[in-house]
Design a protein around this ligand. Structure first.
Ligand SMILES: [Zn+2]
Ligand SMILES: [Zn+2]
Length: 163
């Protein structure tokens, strides 16, 4: 979504509310396309004493697959961001977002902000037990029989002696 902010850059005291939903359904993340529902963006752009400041919140629900146990799950993320908008960049400053010709590409900015903030690894829960390396059972749903079989080899010798 592109926003024409020429007027906002020119007039001190100008404000522009932001309330929109962005479609990131084609966006790839973790080798998946987790944005099944639109990303909600609300905020405001304001020219205060000639400084144009953008403040916004991003709400998204991602449909993910756990890296460890491969279960599908949904997780909501809620972040807020703040940027100073400029028409041209005079100094190197990452904090500033350049709006060429006074136009802001909000979709691109939200995408960059959001992807930087999201974790690089996704687990269904912090203490996910994962899958059994032998039988493939999801250990979050209970233990499997494999552990009992893989007893200490020293005991195996003993049990052979007594059998
Ligand atoms: Zn998991
Ligand atoms: Zn097992």
């Amino acid at each position: 979504m592109k926003m024409d902010l020429k007027q906002l850059f020119d007039i001190v005291g100008e404000k522009r509310p932001i309330d929109c939903e962005l479609d990131f359904s084609a966006e790839e993340l973790y080798g998946q396309t987790p944005f099944h529902t639109p990303v909600a963006v609300t905020g405001q752009i304001e020219n205060r004493a000639g400084v144009v400041r953008l403040v916004f919140g991003v709400k998204s629900v991602l449909s993910l697959t756990c890296d460890r146990c491969l279960e599908a799950f949904e997780r909501a993320y809620d972040f807020s961001f703040e940027h100073v908008l400029v028409r041209t960049l005079h100094t190197e400053n990452d904090e500033y977002v350049v709006c060429e010709d006074g136009v802001l590409d909000l979709t691109e900015l939200v995408r960059t902000d959001l992807l930087l903030e999201l974790p690089t690894k996704v687990l269904c829960r912090e203490d996910c037990k994962g899958l059994c390396g032998q039988c493939g059972k999801n250990l979050n749903f209970g233990s499997c029989e494999c552990k009992k079989k893989s007893i200490d080899p020293r005991w195996e010798v003993l049990s052979e002696m007594f059998s």
